[in-house]
Design a binder for this molecule. Structure first.
Ligand SMILES: C[S@@+](CC[C@H](N)C(=O)[O-])C[C@H]1O[C@@H](n2cnc3c(N)ncnc32)[C@H](O)[C@@H]1O
Length: 282
C-alpha cells in the first residue's frame, strides 16, 4: 500500500489550522516533523487514506478523527527495564558508583528524577535496583526518587502501581515475586516499593519551574528523560535539556532513550559509558 510520505510546510500549517478549528488548545508546531509525519502515516493507514489531502478532508469532516490524531501525539507507552543496556549499566556500574560517592563525600542521599514517568515503570525499575543493592550490601542506602509526568491519568496509574501480566515480560521470576503481589490477573507493586517514590505532575516545557517543586532544590545525581525528546522539535528539546542540565548535581548523569542518543551527542553532552544512552555534561 502506498501512503504519501512527505510532509511539507504547507501540509503542517494545514494540519495545524484544521486541528485548531476543533481543538482550540492544540499547538502542533512544538512537535518534531518526523514524529508528526509518522503519527500522520499511522492514522492514514488506520483510516485507509492514501494521500495527505484526503486525510485532511477526513479530519475536517470528522471531529472524532481530529481528536484521535491529537491523542496519537501523546504516546504513554513504557516498560519495566525498558532499555536493557542502560539498566545493566545502572545496576552494575552507575548506581554502585553513586552509593560509593555518597559514602566518600558525605552526601546525604542519592537524588533521582524520572522526568516523564508514564505509568511508573521506569521509576519502579530504578527503585527495585536500589532496594536490591541495599539488600545485597546489607546496609542502609538513603535515596529519593521523584517521578513526574504531564499526564494526570498516567500519574494516577503510576500511583496505583497495578499492571497486567504482560507488563512484567522484562522481569525475571525472582524480581516479579519479590516486588509484586498477584491479585487475580493483576500484579500490584508492593507497598514498601511504592512508598519509595514521590509522584507529582510536572510539565517539562513550563518555563516557570526548573525541577519538581516537591524536590525543593533539584540537585539530582541521575535524571532520566527517556523516550520523550523525540516528540518535540529542536527548540523544545533544548528547553527540556536546559532544564535537566540546570538541576543536575556536579558530575550527575542524564539518561535518554536509545533512539535519542543523537540529540544529546549534538548538544553539550558526552556518553558516560560507550554506546550507552547515559550522558554527562562536557
Ligand atoms: C513514551 S512515554 C515514555 C515513558 C518512559 N520515560 C519510558 O521511557 O518508558 C512519554 C511520556 O512523556 C510524557 N510527556 C510528554 N510531554 C511531556 C512534558 N512536556 N512534560 C512532562 N511529561 C511529558 C507523556 O505523558 C508520556 O507519559
Amino acid at each position: 500500500m502506498y501512503i504519501q510520505s512527505e510532509l511539507t510546510q504547507q501540509n503542517i500549517s494545514q494540519l495545524k489550522t484544521t486541528l485548531e478549528k476543533y481543538l482550540f488548545f492544540s499547538d502542533i508546531s512544538i512537535y518534531d516533523e518526523i514524529f508528526l509525519l509518522k503519527s500522520l502515516q499511522r492514522r492514514m493507514k488506520f483510516t485507509n487514506c492514501f494521500v495527505i489531502d484526503e486525510y485532511f478532508k477526513l479530519i475536517e469532516q470528522n471531529y472524532e478523527e481530529a481528536i484521535s490524531f491529537f491523542d496519537s501525539l501523546h504516546i504513554c507507552y513504557s516498560e519495566f527495564f525498558r532499555n536493557p543496556l542502560t539498566f545493566a549499566v545502572l545496576e552494575h556500574i552507575l548506581l554502585p558508583e553513586l552509593i560509593q560517592k555518597m559514602k566518600n563525600t558525605n552526601r546525604k542521599e542519592i537524588r533521582i528524577w524520572s522526568t516523564a514517568c508514564a505509568a511508573g515503570q521506569e521509576a519502579y525499575s530504578i527503585a527495585m535496583l536500589l532496594e536490591e543493592l541495599k539488600n545485597a550490601n546489607n546496609k542502609e542506602i538513603k535515596y529519593r526518587i521523584f517521578a513526574t509526568d504531564i499526564s494526570e491519568s498516567q500519574l494516577q496509574e503510576a500511583i496505583k502501581g497495578e499492571y497486567p501480566a504482560s507488563a512484567l515480560n522484562n522481569l525475571n521470576m525472582k524480581r516479579a515475586e519479590q516486588w509484586f503481589i498477584k491479585q487475580g490477573e493483576i500484579y500490584s507493586i508492593k507497598p514498601e516499593l511504592r512508598k519509595r517514590i514521590n509522584f507529582s505532575a510536572f510539565d517539562l516545557l513550563n518555563k516557570q519551574t526548573n525541577s519538581p517543586p516537591v524536590s525543593i532544590f533539584g540537585d539530582f545525581d541521575l535524571i532520566i528523560c527517556a523516550n520523550l525528546l523525540f516528540y518535540y522539535n529542536y527548540e523544545f528539546q533544548k528547553i527540556i535539556l536546559k532544564k535537566a542540565t540546570n538541576c543536575l548535581a556536579n558530575g550527575g548523569y542524564l539518561v535518554t532513550g536509545e533512539s535519542e542518543r543523537n540529540i544529546l551527542m549534538n548538544c553539550n553532552y558526552h556518553e558516560a559509558y560507550p554506546h550507552s544512552a547515559i550522558f554527562q555534561i562536557n
